[in-house]
Ligand binder design. Structure first.
Ligand code: XUL
Length: 598
């Protein structure tokens, strides 16, 4: 009996229902660099994927890797660019698929947020029946977006919502490092970094949303005054589709420093501390802007609004008898959503995501928050957790060493071949490449830091036989050595388990071999590169099902971790001893403590 027949029988039989036959589920990832949609069918097989890269499609916004780096560590993305990305992705999905979509969920870059005005509620709601608004031209498609839309061109998400719905046109994002003062004030108010970590899952981090909000209040009183509510990116997408501001999930609320890890509400003590910061105007003012308390994973937060359904061709109530618009399930941060897409569930398995930022994570039944790293609520299993290390210098640092050593036109294949030329263990040479300031550990400035096997500082080119190979291998080995050393304390440990890899760099066999050797476990790769969007599609399908457990839901469909292929097995693990790991952590710590000078 084929899987399809089985699905149908189980569904008709009325047991723990698999997804209804013919149903489609849409996952959308609003990430730093792109907006990506993945559609899965009732067997959770991917039937379509589509991605819009912000820099390439909307060059007039002038972003690099999807954001603007400003002074003093600031980093923002234009909200209107996110709306254009969402608009394009939905507009370019085949209409025949959108018509069959039953449920939708989102993944969003963590920590970033949009600032809504009072007017947003009205603008989001749109015309009641979707089609009756003469002001807006529903025929306008994203084909028009091959160039900047002329002023007054109506019809798209941006034209409807910008500028009126937002008090801040450039949203602070996770790459922002400018709010250390707010972080210090929070830690002082609560009694130190450990206290903040115990409550919120992380010590105060500059990129976390509440610190960003307090900084906006201080720097731009007018913006703060006009802000009625703030939504994390993972709640922004659902709000646009539902035509109403929808709540955030408990996992993403843990990326704010004001969401409580254990009781999953906005925390009163933190709110009080923020309320006292310059410009905020008191705890009540701060609390008001956080909106509704976070909700548990799997919560249905609404249905697609009539005007959105009309614009993109989703099913809409009232057009045909008995037709229901797609349900929208609460979004989640991109890292938890990636874990969901990889089906990360078994103890011992860790997820390795190598994108703009590099992350290393594992699920946990109990939380062990520490001063370094993060613990978030799980986005799939109420009551469980996800421990995570995040490095800001993922893709950008590999990109920089590749460009500097191999030239601006060098491909990732050439980078891989260079790694392959240097021996595993790199003759003792260790390296740290920082294209931007780092968050794990916190390092305030970019730079290139290399030591030889005796811990002496070296410069690439001074005496190595093949400095290009040594440099490329050092940077890749270094990241995994750091993850192994720092992850163990947080409970993210691959030994004896598996490494489930995702993200751009997971496509390089050489990088994956280094991961297997250094982390000491076989590496499995998801055959879908867009694990965060896939996780969102899986979560939507699970939300629409009556399976209580996400993991049983995935395994009933033969999806998730069990379906991944092994891409590298440890071959040289014995070379990466605890001593090598300790040497690497020392290198990072020395740089973090400023021992390398300027
Ligand atoms: C996680 C973090 C990044 C962003 C990237 O804490 O800051 O991984 O989620 O989108």
């Amino acid at each position: 009996m084929g899987q399809g027949t089985l699905t149908l029988l189980l569904w008709l039989g009325g047991g723990a229902a698999l997804a209804p036959p013919g149903a489609l589920y849409l996952g959308i990832d609003l990430s730093t660099q792109s907006c990506t949609a993945v559609v899965v069918d009732d067997r959770l097989d991917v039937v379509h994927r589509h991605s819009v890269c912000f820099d390439d499609r909307f060059p007039w916004y002038g972003t690099e890797s999807g954001f603007h780096a400003g002074d003093e560590g600031r980093a923002t993305s234009p909200v209107s660019m996110w709306l254009d990305g969402l608009d394009c992705v939905l507009d370019e999905l085949p209409a025949s698929l959108l018509q069959e979509v039953d449920a939708i969920s989102f993944s969003g870059q963590q920590h970033g947020a949009v600032y809504w005005t009072q007017e947003a509620v009205q603008l989001l709601r749109g015309p009641a029946r979707g089609e009756d608004d003469p002001e807006f031209n529903p025929e306008l498609t994203t084909k028009h977006r091959m160039a900047p839309a002329p002023r007054g061109l109506r019809g798209g998400l941006r034209e409807r919502l910008c500028p009126g719905a937002f008090s801040l046109k450039d949203a602070p994002i996770w790459a922002d490092a400018s709010t250390q003062d707010q972080c210090d004030a929070l830690e002082d108010a609560l009694g130190g970094p450990e206290e903040v970590a115990k409550r919120t899952g992380s010590r105060a981090y500059a990129r976390f949303t509440a610190n960003q909000m307090a900084a906006v209040a201080q720097r731009a009183p007018d913006v703060w005054r006009r802000t009625s509510e703030v939504s994390l990116v993972s709640a922004f997408g659902p709000s646009v589709l539902c035509g109403a501001i929808t709540p955030v999930d408990a996992s993403d609320s843990c990326g704010t420093n004001v969401g409580m890890l254990q009781d999953r509400k906005w925390g009163a003590k933190c709110t009080e501390a923020y309320g006292k910061m310059a410009g905020v105007g008191g705890a009540a003012e701060f609390r008001k802007r956080l909106g509704k308390d976070p909700v548990e994973p799997g919560t249905r937060v609404g249905t697609v609004a009539p005007w959105v359904a009309h614009r993109f061709g989703f099913r809409s109530a009232g057009r045909t008898m008995g037709q229901r618009p797609p349900s929208v399930f609460v979004g989640a941060g991109d890292n938890p959503s990636t874990a969901a897409g990889l089906g990360l569930a078994a103890p011992g398995d860790v997820a390795l995501s190598l994108g703009t930022s590099d992350t290393f994570m594992a699920v946990a039944k109990t939380a062990r928050p520490r001063v370094e790293g993060h613990v978030f609520a799980s986005c799939t299993q109420p009551g469980e957790f996800l421990a995570l290390l995040c490095y800001a210098n993922g893709g950008p640092s590999r990109e920089r060493i590749k460009r500097d050593l191999l030239g601006s036109k060098a491909t990732w294949d050439e980078f891989g071949r260079a790694i392959g030329r240097a021996p595993p263990g790199n003759g003792g040479v260790l390296g740290l490449e920082l294209a931007t300031p780092e968050i794990t550990p916190v390092i305030a400035k970019a730079g290139r830091f290399f030591v030889d096997g005796d811990g002496r500082r070296i410069r690439l080119g001074d005496g190595q036989r093949d400095p290009v190979a040594t440099g490329c291998r050092a940077v890749v080995e270094g990241r995994f050595l750091s993850m192994r050393g720092r992850g163990a304390a947080l409970g993210v440990d691959a030994t004896g388990g598996r490494v489930l890899a995702a993200g751009g760099a997971s496509r390089s066999p050489e990088i994956m071999q280094v991961a297997a050797d250094v982390l000491g476990a076989p590496v499995y790769a998801a055959d879908v590169p867009d694990a965060a969007a896939l996780g969102a599609a899986f979560r939507a399908a699970h939300g629409a099902s009556d399976y209580p457990s996400y993991d049983t839901f995935l395994s009933a469909h033969g999806a998730g971790a069990s379906s991944l292929d092994v891409v590298a097995r440890p071959r040289h693990a014995h070379l990466y001893t605890p001593d090598v790991v300790a040497r690497y952590l020392r290198l990072e710590d020395d740089v973090a403590r400023g021992k390398w000078g300027d």
